[in-house]
Design a binder for this molecule. Sequence first.
Ligand code: SIN
Ligand code: FE2
Length: 214
Amino acid sequence: MDDLFSGLDKAEEEMAEGAWLLRRYAFDNAGDLLAQIEGISATAPFRHMVTPGGFSMSVGMTNCGPFGWVTDRKGYRYQKTDPESGQPWPAMPETFLSLAIDAAKDAGYADFVPNACLINRYEPGAKMSLHQDKDERDFTNPIVSVSLGLPATFQFGGINRGDPVRKYPLSHGDVVVWGGPSRLFYHGIMPLKEGTHDAAGRARFNLTFRHAAL
Ligand code: SIN
Ligand code: FE2
């Protein structure tokens, strides 16, 4: 007999060729990931970086790992040190690394080893406009993105800014991996709704793992 409800508990959804939504993939690690974020941000605090155009981003950001993504009036780039302290970014915790490697592998990217992890903190109202992740120079590697805390609406479009955009609800523990034909697809986060999450409080955290080349 056909299982009429088999679609409902499906954990994986293909969003586009090469792009996968792995629902609840990081759920069991979430408490550990949040504790690590707290430790990292004690050394390299969340800050609202300024875009080259002079706008302050609504999302608070920090990094861990060998390279960190930064923006200021001079442009977007990766660098080995925190511009606030001049010190190297905090090390990437082992749990971050193994989660990113495992998720990439399950999405079909067996060789991915990230060397950068951008940590985004969204408070209600914060958003990230549609953009491409294209500062890595090396586009053979996928992006692995982990959602924690308050739910958000992820927008995933196509290779051109004007391509149709689909909306996906992302919640605590969800992982999105995109690479290959969808590596440079436009994506963003709609303004975060008001709320309080049991484990993360009045915030959403997002870990974005990349392989950056200088
Ligand atoms: C990003 O595109 O860097 C962040 C995406 C997200 O917060 O889920
Ligand atoms: Fe992005």
